[in-house]
Ligand binder design. Sequence first.
Ligand SMILES: O=C(O)c1cc(=O)[nH]c(=O)n1[C@@H]1O[C@H](COP(=O)(O)O)[C@@H](O)[C@H]1O
Length: 244
Amino acid sequence: MTNLTEAEAAGRVMVALDYPDAAAAESLVRSLEGIPCYLKVGMQLFYAAGPGFVASLKERGYKVFLDLKMHDIPNTVKGGSNSITKLGVDVFNVHAAGGMQMMTAALEGVEAALSGDSSLKRPLVIAVTQLTSTSQAVLNDEIGIGGAVEDAVIRYAKLAKQAGLGGVVASPQEVQSIKAACGSDFRTITPGIRPSGAAVNDQSRIMTPREALEQGTDYMVIGRPITAAADPRAALQSIIKELI
Ligand SMILES: O=C(O)c1cc(=O)[nH]c(=O)n1[C@@H]1O[C@H](COP(=O)(O)O)[C@@H](O)[C@H]1O
């Protein structure tokens, strides 16, 4: 048992709308109607359906995480953040690997948008640390970054905190160390969530929803265990039950 109500548990889940077009995403959104989860729009859907689809989710009152993982020179990321903030999304992300100046520039882009339109809400800006598909062997032998995955994640998390960001994307396996290094208010958003028995797919550092919650994660990003299920609504409801 946790202290979470059903609505609070639903609010901890970010459903990844990884679909090729607005129609496919819309059909999933309709099937989840009334469940107060976040909806995550990533590259596949955004590149196909564009800002109009994001705006339509916001107009209908959904909480939206726009996952475009910006990683570019500071000036370009500042401009990107400015445009994203004007869409009114609740959460968006950049890669911590872009460095301190790039992350600071992302926040400057947010400020510039907010100062031009007082009706805009301040989004939570978070940094991707090491992708949850990255294993220890890939990090060391393929990408060529030495040391433990967890150390790399903590280094990125501390940098993001120092830059003034509100949290990081990491695997649930690193949540406790991130909270210890960056404070309990520093948000952790964790993909790599797999209910027991679910296909692992291309993820590497995984945990079940319940285990992730027990580690102290703030939000869990879940895609295929819901979207590829025969009954996505039932799959989400069963995850929510596991969290309360
Ligand atoms: O930023 C993300 O959301 C993200 C970061 C990361 O390290 N790993 C990761 O899987 N994601 C996203 O989280 C979602 C996970 O989807 P599933 O593997 O289908 O549950 C996908 O939309 C990924 O793009």
